[in-house]
Design a protein around this ligand. Structure first.
Ligand SMILES: Nc1ncnc2c1ncn2[C@@H]1O[C@H](COP(=O)(O)OP(=O)(O)OP(=O)(O)O)[C@@H](O)[C@H]1O
Ligand SMILES: Cc1ncc(CO)c(N)n1
Length: 260
């Protein structure tokens, strides 16, 4: 069986973070591994507390997995601060990690800062060069490029700018667009528009985490990057269409909608 590692924060509410990533890997029948970077006290209403994991424990989790197993893909989510980012970058380099999907998680849907603003530069410096693909949402792409993004044309310009910053490929997610949620993929040579119908659901907690993990699962299975992003888009669309009315706030998507 193929394996995928998620390096991310724990969401006690189960809809985002490590929990969403492992469920997604399982839905793709890829064996999931995890290195937890932070513990969040979180539910469908918001994030209430965060405890970061010590950098040496994050490094130990990553090292012991690579020592023991072949890891077919890596997804990176919440990374909190500069020290943690440097630690993850060094660990991935010394273990020659491949198929790295970097989701530059900055703010939760409920508005809680999951990445310290001063750490964005370090994220660009240390993790962008290792990423096979970066998956920012509109707000994150605006933060990274310093430009406003209002429509698919702006998304293409931003994708070119981000590619020039040293990532091999980028998919800018349009879940926050006023129009239909088109995602724009760019790998330095061609663009791909991943079109989707707007699904009118309040239960969209963890859509970004689920999408990036689905890309990692497809890469672990040996699919090409364009195939992986296309299949991940289909999967997240189905997961939102079948989303779950669990909790009082923004509920989770249904990771196993293909099975039950
Ligand atoms: N209401 C919706 N209808 C259809 N597709 C959606 C909807 N919301 C998000 N998506 C899709 O879900 C994927 C994740 O995009 P989104 O922009 O929501 O990520 P995000 O903001 O990083 O999510 P998160 O809440 O996990 O931080 C994209 O493929 C996007 O197009
Ligand atoms: C732990 C965690 N990672 C990522 C997100 C994405 O918003 C979240 N809400 N929580």
């Amino acid at each position: 069986m193929k394996t995928a590692l998620t390096i991310a924060g724990s969401d006690s509410g189960g809809g985002a973070g490590i929990q969403a990533d492992l469920k997604t890997f399982a839905a793709f029948q890829v064996f999931g591994l995890s290195a937890i970077t932070a513990i969040t006290a979180q539910n469908t209403m918001g994030v209430f507390a965060v405890q970061e994991v010590k950098p040496e424990i994050i490094a130990a989790q990553i090292d012991c997995l690579f020592e023991d197993m072949d890891i077919d893909a890596v997804k990176i989510g919440m990374v909190s601060d500069t020290e943690i980012i440097k630690t993850i970058s060094a660990a991935l380099k010394r273990n020659n990690a491949g198929n790295v999907v970097l989701d530059p998680v900055m703010i939760s849907k409920s508005g809680y800062k999951l990445l310290k603003p001063e750490a964005i530069e370090e994220l660009i410096r240390s993790l962008f060069p290792l990423a096979g693909v970066l998956t920012p949402n509109l707000v994150e792409a605006e933060e990274i490029t310093g430009q406003k993004i209002k429509n698919p044309d702006d998304m293409q310009t931003a994708a070119e700018k981000i590619h020039a910053m040293g990532v091999k490929a980028v998919v800018i997610k349009g879940g926050h667009l006023k129009s239909s949620p088109v995602d724009v993929f760019y790998d330095g040579s061609s663009f791909l528009s991943l079109r989707g119908e707007f699904i009118n659901s309040k239960n969209t907690h963890g859509t970004g985490c689920t999408f990036s993990s689905a890309i990692a699962a497809c890469l672990a299975q040996g699919k090409s990057l364009p195939e992986a992003v296309t299949e991940a888009k289909e999967y997240i669309t189905g997961a939102i269409q079948n989303s779950l009315d669990i909790g009082k706030g923004v509920g989770p998507t249904h990771h196993f909608y293909k099975f039950y």
